[in-house]
Write a protein that binds this ligand. Structure first.
Ligand code: SAM
Length: 236
């Protein structure tokens, strides 16, 4: 369970109504029973439920069960999709190891505005579900141009392009070795990138354009495929 409070031995964490309801009525935990909590900074802790009334509960931290490891540095840059598809893509990106979620606005991006709060709560839910202890960062949307302009030239951009010659992406990436100063995976919108956008990305100093196979994948499928390959070849 994610709690936004400092975690240390003996610390008492007040739960909000939703969290108390989840522990007391969904998990049906009783006073003194334990749950594992994390806050994205202090590792994972075993904490005991301290019932404070019919609908209220606190948690009391007892001992750390996992150290806080390094967060993933993989930046997943993507053209935001609409509502449920975006929720799904954000969850899969977290499960597949993205450490930063960077919405990029391209000419054919469907969603003009991005609900960052909704994305952040999806990220937390995905982190709880897949058992990571860090909370991937959700950044403000940027135009593709702005994003590339601000990007460290040392960062390697893995550009997923369905028009790239079909080749084995694992081999294409394995040649690079994993001494990446920083790693960015870019997936485009349902309508694809324009040729100008392709040229913009290709102009980045360190850019490898990969095909994810001969079939055209939906953007959320491409997210899973691309991050799985990148993690397996270049992951930390
Ligand atoms: N241009 C595509 C079409 O003709 O339908 C639409 C783009 S596709 C739905 C969304 C994004 O997923 C693309 O911009 C690309 O980043 C990625 N993608 C989809 N299939 C891919 C493939 N076979 N290889 C590499 N990237 C792919």
């Amino acid at each position: 369970l994610f709690v936004d409070a400092p975690l240390q031995a003996g610390a008492r964490v007040a739960l909000d109504r939703g969290q108390a309801n989840y522990l007391l009525n969904v998990l049906r935990l009783r006073d003194g029973e334990a749950v594992l909590v994390f806050n994205g900074r202090d590792g994972e802790w075993r904490a005991e439920v301290s019932v404070e009334g019919r609908k209220a509960a606190d948690l009391v931290c007892r001992e750390r069960t996992r150290e806080q490891g390094p967060a993933s540095a993989i930046v997943y840059a993507f053209a935001p999709l609409k509502h449920a598809r975006l929720d799904y893509m954000v969850q899969k990106a977290v499960e597949m190891g993205a450490g930063v979620l960077q919405p990029i606005l391209t000419r054919r991006t469907q969603a003009s505005r991005v609900n960052l709060e909704r994305m952040r709560s999806n990220v937390i839910e995905a982190a709880e579900q897949c058992g990571i202890l860090s909370i991937p960062e959700v950044r403000e949307e940027l135009s593709l141009e702005r994003f590339l302009k601000d990007l460290d030239p040392e960062h390697l951009v893995v550009f997923c392009d369905e028009d790239a010659p079909v080749s084995n992406p694992v081999q294409a990436l394995a040649k690079l070795g994993n001494n990446q100063a920083g790693l960015v995976v870019i997936v485009g919108p349902e309508g694809g990138f324009t040729d100008q956008e392709r040229a913009l990305v290709a102009a980045h100093e360190r850019c490898v354009c990969v095909s994810l196979g001969p079939r055209i994948l939906r953007a959320d499928t491409a997210a899973v495929a691309a991050l799985a390959i990148v993690q397996s070849v270049l992951g930390d």
